[in-house]
Design a protein around this ligand. Structure first.
Ligand SMILES: *Cc1c(COP(=O)(O)O)cnc(C)c1O
Length: 365
């Protein structure tokens, strides 16, 4: 048996007729960037999450950057961001001229530890970057409370959490602004780069819309400087179709996680993922922990099973942040996770038989 980590080719093959028809429509009607197809997707995405404003962008990293810029964050400011995350959530802070201040994550959920965030707040702090990692929300109730006390913005990074919930509220709708990526491997993925932002705030929505389009709402409108980060109509057409699959895709991911967790529950030396009370996990990644990671990954590879590591190096220890001179004892959880995490295949096209084979292979190891 050969089990790749993801099977995007099968998803594309399955959807070929619908996607081809959608492309035909875009190619005939245009325009290729922005326009009716993009507007249509923005409306559908906003409706899905019951928010008034969705602003499409070129990718999820640009979404985060635009959010930070339009909240006025720049030189002299600090933004608290998890030590355990994808680099976008730190690099976009630096790009604004502000300083990324890393906070360690919770040892159970791997999302921001509220206590650690509280310790890092100074008079320069302007915002908290709340990353809903692996498909599970941060403790937004407590982060929002902390932000309210200290007058901070909360930027939610929902790039791994389309459809996740905390206390019955959608990821991306609880903070000041929610950011999403539609990179092909995400729970809602395009056929290339794409992203968006959602917010309840109409003024912020207009500023974001201007910022990602050279400062204007139309071609020759430049009320300010901005950037070029817009969604292609072809991607919007793909996403408009695929958003209808999101629910079922997430349900299948949850079912697979259930199978893994049941089958592997009694294995010594393995730590399985946990979901915090009041959270609905959409299992973007099913991440186990083992102190014998190299051995387990090699044996699984020998059995034809592809696994990945999210992430091999915690952000404070990346060469890119060497200038901050961080040490492992400042972020004990992230420092440990980087040696232990292993992501098992988990996607809507994985069969029960494949999950069973993966579990059996792990038990043999
Ligand atoms: C994928 C991802 C991003 C960035 O999205 P891109 O569209 O690839 O720029 C940001 N944050 C997290 C947590 C991600 O997983």
């Amino acid at each position: 048996m050969r089990i790749p980590f993801l099977n995007l080719a099968q998803q594309i093959a399955d959807q070929k007729n619908v996607l081809t028809a959608a492309f035909e429509q875009v190619l005939q009607q245009g325009p290729l960037v922005g326009g009716a197809f993009v507007k249509n997707f923005e409306t559908k995405f906003a409706d899905y999450f019951h928010v008034p404003h969705c602003i499409s962008t070129g990718n999820g990293t640009d979404s985060l950057f635009a959010a930070l810029k339009m909240l006025g964050i720049g030189a002299g400011h600090e933004v608290i961001t998890p030590a355990w995350s994808w680099i976008s959530t730190a690099e976009t802070i630096t790009l604004t001229g502000a300083k990324p201040v890393f906070a360690d994550v919770d040892p159970q959920t791997y999302t921001l530890s509220v206590d650690e965030v509280a310790k890092k707040i100074t008079r320069h702090t302007k915002a908290i970057m709340a990353v809903h990692l692996y498909g599970q929300c941060c403790n937004m109730t407590m982060l929002n409370e902390l932000a309210r006390q200290h007058n901070l913005f909360v930027i939610e990074d929902g790039a791994q959490a389309h459809g996740a919930q905390h206390q019955g509220q959608w990821a991306g709708t609880m903070g000041t602004v929610g950011s999403f990526s539609f990179y092909p491997t995400k729970n809602l993925g395009a056929l290339g780069d794409a992203g968006c932002l959602i917010t309840h705030n109409p003024t912020l929505a207009e500023q974001l819309r201007r910022f990602v389009n050279h400062g204007g709402l139309s071609k020759d409108d430049h009320s300010m400087e901005g950037m070029n980060s817009r969604m292609d109509a072809l991607q919007a057409a793909v996403l408009t179709y695929r958003i209808d699959q999101l629910n079922n895709g997430n349900k299948r991911r949850q079912a697979i996680a259930g199978l893994y967790s049941e089958s592997l529950a009694t294995q010594h030396g393995l730590i399985l993922p946990t979901t915090a009370a009041n959270n609905t996990h959409v299992v973007h990644l099913y991440v186990i922990r083992t102190q014998q990671r190299r051995h387990v990954q090699q044996k699984l590879a020998d059995a034809g099973i592809e696994t990945l590591i999210h992430y091999p190096c915690a952000l404070p220890f990346e060469p890119a942040y060497a200038y901050l001179k961080h040490s492992a004892n400042e972020f004990p959880v992230a420092a440990q996770l980087q040696h232990e995490v292993l992501s098992l295949p988990c996607h809507p096209y994985l069969s029960d038989a494949e999950v069973a084979y993966i579990c059996e292979s792990i038990k043999k190891i």
